[in-house]
Design a protein around this ligand. Structure first.
Ligand code: DGI
Ligand code: FE
Ligand code: FE
Ligand code: FE
Length: 187
């Protein structure tokens, strides 16, 4: 499947608004990859597929996680965390993507992880700051991203974690570990 066919396949999995978000993540991932020395072709591919399963019925996402030896602890946390792991699985099995770096960037775009690769960071940050995003603090994140990938990503995770705390929600442990890792990295 070529890039155009892949894009067409992604587009029909989601409403128009989410497709525009995906386009924004593609554009911003490539910019960040070029700025920070990641592979822009891999960044583009991961961005295209990163939210592939976002609008699938949650039971279908859960089924993929249960039946394919993906991290079972995800099922005990927010449903929002499931689409990234399901997406990486589908990227491999349905689209034949075998580049582990690209698969990891899809897999960890929501939670991040300790020792994130440059590509993981680029895609995760692009997901926070693409031009269509509009949440309090996004302008600040875009400004920081001009000089520090890690500081911008930390600002993003701070926003998410504060939001989850304000809603009284439980936080997936990997999300906290990612924040700790980023703080350590910028020291
Ligand atoms: O899929 P997107 O909306 O583009 O963005 P995403 O994949 O980063 O999902 C973010 C959503 O996930 C956001 O509404 C907060 C929610 N969420 C729930 N638990 C966690 C979480 N996000 C992170 N990073 N960590 C969590 O533990
Ligand atoms: Fe996502
Ligand atoms: Fe995100
Ligand atoms: Fe996204």
């Amino acid at each position: 499947m070529n890039r155009e066919q892949l894009i067409a396949a992604v587009k029909e999995q989601m409403p128009e608004k989410r497709w525009l978000h995906t386009l924004g993540v593609m554009e911003t991932s490539v910019q960040l990859a070029n700025r920070y020395g990641a592979d822009p072709v891999k960044a583009d591919l991961a961005a295209i597929l990163h939210d592939y399963c976002k609008y699938w019925p949650v039971q279908e996402q859960a089924k993929i996680i249960r039946e394919n030896d993906l991290p079972q602890d995800l099922l005990d946390y927010d449903k929002e965390l499931w689409h990234s792991h399901a997406g990486a699985f589908i990227a491999r099995t349905q689209f034949g993507i075998d580049d582990e770096e690209v698969l990891d960037a899809i897999r960890y775009h929501t939670s991040g992880r300790e020792n994130m690769t440059l590509l993981d960071k680029v895609v995760c940050l692009a997901d926070y700051m693409e031009p269509g995003r509009d949440f309090p603090g996004v302008h600040n994140i875009r400004e920081i991203a001009e000089h520090s990938l890690e500081k911008a990503l930390l600002a993003g995770f701070d926003t998410t974690i504060s939001f989850l705390v304000s809603k009284g929600k439980r936080i997936y442990p990997l999300t906290i570990m990612t924040r700790n890792y980023l703080i350590k990295q910028i020291q």
